[in-house]
Design a protein around this ligand. Structure first.
Ligand code: ATR
Length: 288
């Protein structure tokens, strides 16, 4: 029966998301919907873990033989230093969003990068290749976005951030990741390169809290020819997505990336690709 609890037995395997805060997370909803659909005997729960408790929580994954976990805000970077091994991408980024417990060996992965690339491809088939991109933000989410744009061989990546020095540091690192030109920009730079960008991405947390006024960009750069992605999501389209659509631009919010990164984590834990349609249907049903 739709919405019913799966039958939990002594064989049920556990999956979790570790975050702080975590109660707003939609990951349990989408993973459990896919697990039920596939008839897999797992349950996925949200565990609120304060930063100081993360080492004990990660060690607990091993002790309790939990098959895997997602790691979310604010733990992605700390988790990279707590697992036993990192896959090459997670090592390069220094950020883990997925842990797989391989018979007691905790392996850190990062599915945010592939999740972002897949979400972008729902709007532009060839992704960011050869495109001019503007990214707002320089935190963990922005790192994954910039890494994805570099992998896609974007022509130019301009990073705007409230704290300019963080944008500068991210671009310095990104230049070591590949061939894309990556430059930090200030408000003046944003006003000059923003309107000509092909792809505009919000990777800040602005928009998450409706009480915070204004958008991620202090200058109005959205134009009809652009593709706009907001990593923030909520029950309603974000301000940036609404504005983009009003202008005639193609736009998606963070739900698309949420589902795409979740599908990759699920495949790492279960060895099976989930139905992204089932995951999306669970989100739609929950929003009704
Ligand atoms: P995450 O891992 O989710 O990216 P983070 O590392 O805390 O989280 O980064 C949050 C991003 O949102 C940063 O780019 C931050 O800008 P600063 O580097 O200046 O802190 C940005 N951000 C958060 N609140 C903001 C606000 N009110 N206005 C502008 N930028 C904001």
């Amino acid at each position: 029966m739709e919405g019913a609890c799966p039958l939990i037995t002594a064989h049920t395997k556990l999956l979790a998301v570790l975050g702080y805060p975590v109660r707003h997370s939609l990951s349990p909803l989408i993973h459990n919907a896919a697990l039920r659909h596939d008839g897999l005997e797992y349950v996925y729960v949200a565990l609120e873990v304060e930063p100081a408790a993360l080492p004990a929580a990660v060690e607990g994954l091993r002790a309790l033989r939990i098959r895997g976990a997602n790691i979310t805000v604010p733990h992605k970077q700390q988790a990279a230093s707590l697992v036993d091994r990192l896959d090459p991408l997670a090592a390069r980024l220094g950020a883990v969003n997925t842990v797989v417990n391989e018979e007691g060996v905790l392996v850190g992965h990062n599915t945010d990068v592939a999740g972002f690339r897949a979400a972008l491809r729902t709007l532009v088939r060839e992704g960011a290749q050869g495109r001019r991109c503007v990214v707002a933000g320089a935190g963990g989410a922005a790192r994954a976005v910039v890494a994805a744009l570099v992998e896609d061989q974007a022509a130019e990546i301009a990073v705007f951030n409230r704290t300019y020095l963080r944008a500068q540091a991210l671009c310095e690192e990104a230049r070591e990741w590949g061939g894309s030109k990556c430059e930090p920009i200030d408000e003046q730079g944003l006003a000059s390169v923003g309107p000509d960008a092909d792809i505009v991405i919000n990777a800040t947390s602005v928009g998450l809290d409706p009480a915070v006024k204004g958008g991620p960009f202090p200058v109005d750069i959205v134009r009809s020819h652009q593709v706009v992605m907001d990593l923030v999501y909520g029950p309603e389209p974000t301000g940036l997505v609404r504005r983009a659509r009003t202008r005639g631009a193609a736009a998606v919010d963070g739900l698309e990336m949420l589902v795409m990164q979740a599908a990759d984590s699920y495949a790492l834990w279960t060895g099976r690709r989930p139905s992204v349609d089932v995951m999306k249907a669970a989100l739609i049903q929950a929003g009704e």
